[in-house]
Design a protein around this ligand. Structure first.
Ligand code: SF4
Ligand code: FES
Length: 536
């Protein structure tokens, strides 16, 4: 482990680590634009230059490996003069449109201008103006704000492997562009917006919607597939405005898919159901949540009384948290100790989408084909609960003896889009004839025909744990309150179980045993995504 001295402070670095990495690991900040730990090093922006004793000229700290006994000065007159010159150069043609720029508040050009720049511009000539470009379905390019760090270009070559972006022209005329007829069109495209250190690449969906300093960040997980991508939900006054990646070295590193980024829209879907109903004279009628709940419990109890144990089922959605699945299993078994527990439909897009570095062919990212976040976790909970358990297809076939005499049950949806199989033959027969309670968020045939319907919540409105395709258990926390009229699933099951406490994922995890004992809350598990270093 080489030791170096930076501004008089001794730092222990890792072998072959770059000076910049070593400094940041030790808690020292150094300005940088083109450097990103997830991309190749090009050392083109030159703002990170430092003075190293024994080397006659300044060296790029992002590209210079440490060596034992190295003495580095980041605040010497030479280093500071370089920082000021680079800032002045970058601002020569940069428009002064911070008040209308989406990046304001999280722009490193703004921050470094304040920390390392001059307070006044000496440039009196006209600024060179470059046009705005619509570069893709989701991304807008404001070319005059670009500082040519090429992070975006390297991302499309090295991570998405799609190479849509390139540098056009030379010198002061160079700019980022797309090839004719080949827009920025890949399922990871919005990562270039996060990578852009200034407001040149912008997310069309978020454009002019919120000033970023109003947003609060809650660590969460992607609900769109089984990958378990770590995210932040960014919200203000109970409304989620955008989703950003949260660094996790084992799962998604710095990146997330565009689908994950747009998942927040499900929270404010106009079709969201918020009123409980019960079937009256063949039609569904609005009622209070508590009346609906009482009707549901009475109805299920009556079925067990008339038909004996083994007549109830519960369909547990793979959108549910493990803790909720556990409570639902307990709840239905408190009414019928032999109730069948069934994993809800697990939609799939066919095959995983694999992204590769276009230069090396190395795999960089995978979007999982399984389009729900917790099928693995729900199966784990069912195995813990034991008794009769089944997959949804087995409930449809109903050829197992334990599934033949089902008369009534509880079905949970909560998917982000339509999930009921279109073809009647792919639906369980028991849905057509028996007493059914449905908890869901979007309207469907099933919610319309439910004997009792209870409006449910989505992942951002509660706490819980999901298990991704690789068996990694990860927790998520509440970002916004449930919509008025809905109730958290966990609270509903606790009420039926006669437990007075409010639902707390942390407490339920204690009941779930050993496997869940190691699950950390996302707050405990945080690593700062803005500057996490990969082994390069
Ligand atoms: S658009 Fe942004 S990320 Fe791309 S080169 Fe310009 S400043 Fe860098
Ligand atoms: S960050 Fe080192 S040269 Fe750009």
């Amino acid at each position: 482990m080489p030791k170096i001295t930076v501004d008089g402070q001794t730092i222990e670095a890792r072998d072959r680590q770059m000076i910049l990495q070593a400094c940041v690991d030790a808690g020292k900040t150094l300005p940088h634009y083109c450097y990103h730990p997830g991309l190749s090093i090009v050392a083109s922006c030159r703002i990170c230059l430092v003075e190293v004793e024994g080397i006659p000229k300044l060296v790029p700290s992002c590209q210079t490996p440490v060596r034992e006994g190295m003495i580095v000065h980041t605040t010497s007159p030479k280093s500071v003069a370089n920082q000021k010159q680079v800032m002045e150069y970058l601002l020569v043609n940069h428009p002064l449109d911070c008040p209308v720029c989406d990046q304001a508040g999280e722009c490193t050009l703004q921050d470094y201008s304040y920390q390392y720049g001059r307070s006044q511009s000496r440039f009196e000539e006209d600024k060179h103006k470059k046009p705005k470009k619509d570069v893709g379905e989701h991304v807008m390019l404001y070319n005059d704000r670009c500082i040519m760090c090429t992070r975006c270009v390297r991302f499309t070559r090295e991570i998405s492997g799609t190479s849509e972006l390139f540098v056009e022209g030379r010198g002061h005329k160079e700019e980022i562009d797309i090839f004719p007829g080949r827009p920025l069109d890949n399922k990871l495209s919005l990562n270039v917006v996060d990578l852009c250190p200034v407001g040149a690449l912008l997310d069309k969906d978020f454009l002019f919607k919120q000033r970023v300093w109003f947003l609060k960040k809650t660590p969460s997980l992607s609900p769109v597939d089984a990958g378990g991508e770590n995210i932040y939900l960014e919200h203000n006054e109970g409304v989620v405005y955008r989703v950003k990646p949260r660094f996790n070295a084992d799962v998604n590193q710095w990146w997330i898919s565009d689908d994950t980024r747009h998942s927040y829209k499900a929270l404010s879907d106009e079709r969201r159901l918020t009123v409980a109903t019960k079937l009256q004279y063949g039609a569904s009628a609005e009622t209070s949540f508590s009346t609906a709940l009482q009707t549901a419990v009475d109805g299920l109890k009556l079925v067990v009384k008339e038909n004996g144990p083994g007549s109830l089922y519960a369909v547990l959605s793979p959108m549910m948290a493990c803790e909720e699945a556990f409570l639902l299993g307990k709840m239905i078994r408190s009414l019928d100790p032999q109730a069948a527990l069934v994993v809800g439909p697990v939609p799939s897009s066919g095959a995983d989408e694999v992204f590769k570095n276009s230069l090396t062919g190395k795999q960089t990212f995978v979007i999982k084909a399984e389009k729900v976040p917790n099928a693995t976790g729900v199966r784990r909970v069912l195995a813990l609960l034991g008794g009769t358990t089944a997959e949804f297809s087995e409930l449809v076939k109903a050829d197992r003896a334990e599934l033949k005499n089902l008369k009534a049950g509880w079905t949970v949806g909560g998917y982000l889009s339509a999930w009921i199989p279109k073809d009647a033959k792919d639906r369980p027969a028991v849905w057509n004839k028996g007493f059914k309670v449905v908890q869901d968020t979007l309207p469907s045939d099933l919610t319309n025909k439910a004997d009792v319907f209870l409006p449910g919540t989505l992942w951002a409105e509660k706490d819980g744990t999901w298990e991704n395709h690789a068996g990694k258990l990860q927790a998520f926390t509440t970002a916004v309150q449930p919509l008025e009229g809905t109730r958290r699933e966990g609270d509903v099951y606790l009420t039926i179980l006669g437990r007075k406490e409010t639902y707390s994922a942390v407490k339920i995890r204690e009941e779930l045993g050993e496997a869940f004992a190691t699950v950390k809350s996302p707050e405990e598990n945080l690593t700062e995504p803005a500057f996490e270093f990969a082994e390069l």
